[in-house]
Design a protein around this ligand. Structure first.
Ligand SMILES: NC(=O)c1ccc[n+]([C@@H]2O[C@H](COP(=O)([O-])OP(=O)(O)OC[C@H]3O[C@@H](n4cnc5c(N)ncnc54)[C@H](OP(=O)(O)O)[C@@H]3O)[C@@H](O)[C@H]2O)c1
Length: 318
């Protein structure tokens, strides 16, 4: 009952702004006059959905885009599809495996600085699955991999004061106060895919604050929400939702728009989540302000990485 009331409040508040109508109202036909010539971008989860649209949009405006994905065939097809003055460089990696993410971060850093890093990859895992490294799959893909990629690029000197970091969160985070023990369940009995996904998306907001707290000389970070976009991810993870809202879902280019806009405009950082080129509040309900802080989150991520490196398996929650 409580869940049903919560869902009704959520949809009443957000269905319109997150829909295609919301995009039309705020962005409309504004277009994007941006030139990324000479820039080196990294986009995770670039073989499908919103990530693919970001990669193609950046390359069309002159960027060299390192497209991170696990499917070599899709990566090649993406590179072929690229138009404009930039290009797409297929960069194979399984973003749920921390050793592979560390490897690719080192490879990318050895090629020089990164102008724009888009942490786009994200999955909603209804079933509980562990990676070969003992991490819950969603936690590994949606959060810990972002952290490991970022750390690897910083260590390698690829992220500088001029770099922009853009994280793809979700409106799902509006219903979650950050609870570190809910980031990854220890077993299937304690796993709830919706709750875990909302936690990962809330954690991306906290991580953005952390990155921006590192001070001058460091890259700046923004967190955004793409609205509701008709992608393979939605088709497979949320078929009922898709059926209900299909007529008003955005296309991938509309979902990608704010990432490209942020990279081009780089507004002031600070509290807030970006949607349709506007900064919205990152809290819609008071209780979400009472969650764990960014420092505690980073400590948990560091301990998860350390546990994985020592072969003990990553520190799970409950
Ligand atoms: N769609 C929406 O309405 C919506 C709303 C709010 C937030 N978001 C967020 O937006 C982001 C993109 O969503 P989307 O709907 O575009 O997702 P999507 O259609 O599922 O696409 C995700 C992409 O990530 C790739 N990927 C998944 N796991 C990977 C792994 N372990 N290693 C490498 N690549 C991997 C997928 O590759 P494969 O083809 O190999 O699977 C695919 O290219 C996510 O962070 C999502 O949470 C989406």
């Amino acid at each position: 009952m409580k869940k049903a009331i919560g869902a009704s409040i959520f949809y009443a508040r957000f269905a319109l702004p997150f829909s295609r109508i919301g995009f039309r109202r705020r962005v409309g036909d504004a277009g994007l006059d941006a030139d990324f010539t000479g820039q080196r971008w990294v986009v995770s989860g670039a073989t499908g959905g919103i990530g693919r649209a970001i990669a193609l949009g950046a390359a069309a405006r002159g960027a060299t885009v390192l497209a991170l994905g696990r499917d070599a065939r899709k990566l090649e097809a993406l590179a072929q599809e690229s138009t404009g003055t930039g290009r797409i460089q297929p960069t194979p990696v399984d973003l749920s495996l921390m050793r592979d993410v560390e490897r690719v971060a080192g490879d990318i850093a050895s090629g020089g600085p990164v102008d724009v890093l888009v942490h786009n990859v994200g999955v909603m895992c209804h079933a509980y699955r562990q990676t070969a490294e003992g991490l819950e799959l969603g936690f590994a893909t949606n959060l810990l991999g972002h952290w490991v990629l970022d750390q690897g690029l910083r260590r390698g000197g690829a992220l500088t004061a001029g770099s922009a970091i853009i994280s793809m969160s979700s409106g799902g985070m509006y219903g979650a106060a950050l609870d570190l023990d809910a980031l990854q369940a220890a077993d299937a009995a304690h796993h709830d895919g919706f709750t875990a996904y909302a936690q990962h998306k809330r954690a991306q907001v906290a991580l953005t604050h952390y990155w921006n707290s590192l001070g001058p000389g460091q890259p700046r970070a923004w967190v955004m929400h793409p609205g509701w976009v008709d992608t393979d991810g939605v088709r497979s993870a949320l078929p009922g939702f898709r059926k209900l809202f299909r007529a008003v879902l955005r296309n991938a280019d509309e979902g990608a728009d704010t990432a490209l806009w942020l990279a081009a405009n780089r507004p002031d950082t600070g509290e807030g989540i970006w949607l349709d080129r506007h900064r919205d509040s990152e809290h819609a309900f008071g209780f979400t302000r009472k969650g764990a802080g960014a420092g505690a989150l980073v400590a948990r991520l560091q301990s998860s990485v350390a546990a994985g490196a020592s072969g003990r398996g990553a520190a799970p929650g409950r």
